[in-house]
Design a protein around this ligand. Sequence first.
Ligand code: ASP
Ligand code: MG
Length: 454
Amino acid sequence: MGTSVKVLKFGGTSMGTAEAMRQVIEIVRKPQKDAAVRAVVVSAMNGVTNTLIKIAHEAAEHKAYKALLEEVRVRHLKAVDDLVSAKNRVKAHKEVEKMFRYLADALKGVELVRDVSPQALDYVMSYGERLSAHILTEALNDKGVPAEYLNARHVVRTDANFGSAAVDFKTTNRQIAAYFKKHKKLQVVTGFIGATEDKKTTTIGRGGSDYSGAIFGAALKAKAIEIWTDVSGVMTADPRLVKNAKVVPELAFEEAGELAYFGAKVLHPKTILPAMREGIPVKVLNTFRPKDRGTTIVADFAKRKVKSHTVDALTFKRPITIVHIHSPELFDANGLMAAIFRIFEKYRTSVDVVATSVTSVSLTIDSQQHLPQIIAELATLGRVHIEQHKAIVCAVGGGINAAGVAGKMFTALGKSDINVEMISQASSAVSITFIVHERDAEKALQLLHKEYIR
Ligand code: ASP
Ligand code: MG
């Protein structure tokens, strides 16, 4: 490869209109200081995947679906008209029309069989990304940016678990490297889709284009992966709750994970795992405000350039239930802890936070679905006590493990009469979590935001 490259991924809103796609083209063609753009991975135009699913189901149920399909077709043709100049338009239209013919044939099949299998649905859904990628390719070429369309089915190998197929990284990485060796032009790649060994089209899970971006970035050993979306990055807190919430400039992968787990709207860390394994930073950027610096998610917490004594972002999750188990036997029975967890596992109820003392264990759960059974079984191990209407507050930050941070945090909360329980600090030292009453969650968030972030 030699020179450094990067991979850009654009989501559904960025691809949603000709206007937005024009922005995309500006971003792609802008001379890059750090690395050349080698691949652009795209989502379907926003809403199209959902519409295709709806159409497929209606076809299977023998309901009228053709008008809706026509709407989708017109939307794509219109995008071509708006983006591609007259001299190239005929060719661009031709390919779009061809895709719609194949799609119509597939839907006819669904209609005749009166069944839409997950396999058929993946095939139908794949047209969303195929169309958007094709249109962007034509538009780029039209604007003098040489680009080639790449259907990810040719390189992304998956198993046959339609709807959320697992990627075979060994084959995929090899195939991507080989393909890019032969194709030197900028590649416009369909996100979200792959294929099995016997060439059946698969999808890798809803919202999977971010994952595709990371897959291509990792396979190409990119210097950076940029996820272009409609927000300016990960926020310090939910802006609906905290007025002066702002974008967090940098986060470690682990911190993003904690935030996502406790309810923050961030790029799902699972989707960028391939990038993290290769140590490639992932930037979250705003297509509609390209000058905003966005958030960079770095692979290695240890490499974070942090200011000490600080919290970088906050979130909470509610409602939460606390389950306390008191047993004098906890004192010396190691097996008891395992027995307690086995009960939660049996009922597939995940435990978020755990605190122990010599004779008691407290755990939090966010699902009450099996609570009566869980209580009944726990009662054979000790005295059980339940507290409802709680919230987990989670603070993350590169400097959060510094001396005094937790102290200052709980002093501030105490002064405002917010009761805090079950404080826990992850061993990786990226976060502090604690439980408050559900009605205090917002206040706690606002208070800590003011204290640490401003
Ligand atoms: N178009 C797909 C979806 O809506 C994948 C993506 O946009 O990430 O789920
Ligand atoms: Mg998305």
